[in-house]
Design a protein around this ligand. Sequence first.
Ligand code: FAD
Length: 441
Amino acid sequence: MPADSHSILASNFKDEPYWWEAFRPLQLIAPSLPRRTDVVVIGGGYAGLATARALADGGVASVVLEAGAFGCGASTRSGGALSAGLSIGKSFTGRTLDYSPALVREAVGRAIDAYRALADLVGQESIDCHLEQRGRFLGACAASHFDGLRDRFDKLRDGGATDCRLISRAEQREEIGSDFYHGGMVFETAGKLHPALFYAGLLAAARRRNSIVLAGQCRARQLARNGDGWRVTTSMGEIVARHVVVATNGYTGDLTPSLQRRLVPIASHIIATEELPDSLVRELCPKGRTFSETRRVLHYYRISPDGRRVIFGGRARFTEIAAQRRAELLHRALVQRFPQLAGVKVTHAWQGNVAFTQDALPHAGEIDGLHFVLGCNGSGVSMMPHLGDALGRSIAGRLHGRLPFADAALPAIPFYSGKPWFLPLIGGAFRTLDFIDERIR
Ligand SMILES: Cc1cc2nc3c(=O)[nH]c(=O)nc-3n(C[C@H](O)[C@H](O)[C@H](O)COP(=O)(O)OP(=O)(O)OC[C@H]3O[C@@H](n4cnc5c(N)ncnc54)[C@H](O)[C@@H]3O)c2cc1C
């Protein structure tokens, strides 16, 4: 470990999510599994729980299988930032995809729908998760990136995102206490919440519905066709079901090879700082925005719900790394953006997996008779529950209209079998290209 990494760790440092101070994943082990059910949902994150909730409200019984404790996946680990479409078309290969105007319109529209649906869900289930709707600032990391933002701005406006605006470098200090960026873009239809408390509320909503069986520590191990339906072998025995929904996102494994090879799992890492003085927090974040940026290896950050800490994340590495290394890399990036935080210590550092798709769109649909809701592309706090809800309604025969992105099938990724051996190479290349953009060009 490099010498300075010790000095940035607080004496009470924890290698787990800051969010777990408020809600820790729940074991919820079912005494036994029913032999039959209408739907088996595999994965107990936002997507799986929202699917089960919509099924229950449509009179359809389900069993939610969760390989670990409920909440052990990405859903209690995120930054909790809610965006409505800023990263549209950004591929994991670093390219910006050339969406048709119709697809941009759909992507913006669906992102706004998801954002609004989240606020409705929080209200309907009385979830106390510190939801704040205070917009996002997207910073341009190089002068050339600001020109790219102009293009993106035009596309977003044409696609229906009417409340975004460009911010010049001279205006930037009104948005963020940093001179790191070359201007940026503000998007008002964005906000933040406490991701683990939101998860806890969704879990409580599932527990209130008698037709949902929640089976924690119960891994789906094998799937086989059984007439029109499925036989699911789990670590607790077999279940026969009419439908199976796969909601495993960044943790999708070889249980579903046809889905695994359509998803690239990428690790995302986060730290929480120790508590900061009020005046410093107001200087860093005068309007309560969330922050993101235009780099290939981007960082995203915000202030914690109690207004005392910076929660700072990024793809410091695209794969899992040791907690101290994660803290050191992210702390360095934090101080580049906010030199005022040079002496501030890190109290928590953690990571989780997100899943990227080749077309950078999230998907809900059906392949080989399996339903799925997958591919958050790094932004799933509002989108994955929204897609899960739509899929659950669709299976229950209660969806008005079509599933989101119904015209875009989840694409296979050429020459890829589901094992992302190339991630360290892509990560290294991106860091070099970012360095060239920011320091040399
Ligand atoms: C560090 C980090 C920061 C992020 N920040 C943001 C953010 O600021 N804003 C935003 O919008 N999004 C963010 N995201 C993304 C967001 O968290 C995810 O999109 C969302 O939580 C995905 O929910 P999910 O239900 O699809 O998957 P998950 O919550 O990951 O749940 C999948 C579950 O499937 C289970 N599973 C896998 N295989 C099996 C099996 N065979 N049997 C049973 N269970 C199985 C896993 O144990 C896991 O619990 C972030 C993600 C990470 C990791």
